[in-house]
Write a protein of this length. Structure first.
Length: 149
């Protein structure tokens, strides 16, 4: 909620106070945004559970975690839009569950980018799968984590 307050302040500053050459406006997809927060939270928690179990079991994962996070950041179209990826690679880029979430945020708040309900459902399903599998793996190995430490 705190981030939304700061975002709203900056959005109003760039919308009404600082003149920009490009016109941007929120779209009707803005009302979908509260549904995206649990998707992102589920994906983050699921990946966190996976990484905590793998890091406890295999010590070298603590060194790899930073590289994996950076690779996922570059693989997610945050700075660049999904439409800037060549057509032959766009399918592979859209397999990243965060790609459709970021594109939906971009489309809802700025009116640019794309909105695909199918890719959003795919991202939701992948996030739920990663969360449930992470919870299962964590629950299965939590009693033996002390042995690894």
């Amino acid at each position: 909620m705190l981030q939304m307050v700061f975002f709203f302040i900056y959005f109003c500053i760039y919308k009404f106070i600082i003149p920009t050459e490009e016109y941007f406006t929120p779209t009707w997809v803005f009302f979908v945004l509260p549904l995206l927060i649990p998707v992102v939270a589920a994906l983050g928690l699921g990946l966190g559970l996976w990484m905590s179990v793998l890091t406890a079991r295999y010590r070298d994962f603590s060194h790899i975690t930073g590289f994996l996070a950076q690779a996922l950041m570059y693989a997610t179209p945050i700075i660049y839009p999904l439409s800037s990826i060549p057509d032959q690679y766009r399918y592979w880029a859209s397999l990243n569950p965060m790609a459709s979430v970021v594109e939906t945020f971009r489309y809802a708040l700025l009116g640019k980018g794309s909105f695909s309900p199918v890719l959003l459902l795919y991202a939701t399903a992948v996030s739920i799968f990663i969360l449930l599998s992470g919870m299962y793996l964590f629950k299965r190995t939590e009693k033996r984590v002390v042995d690894y430490l």
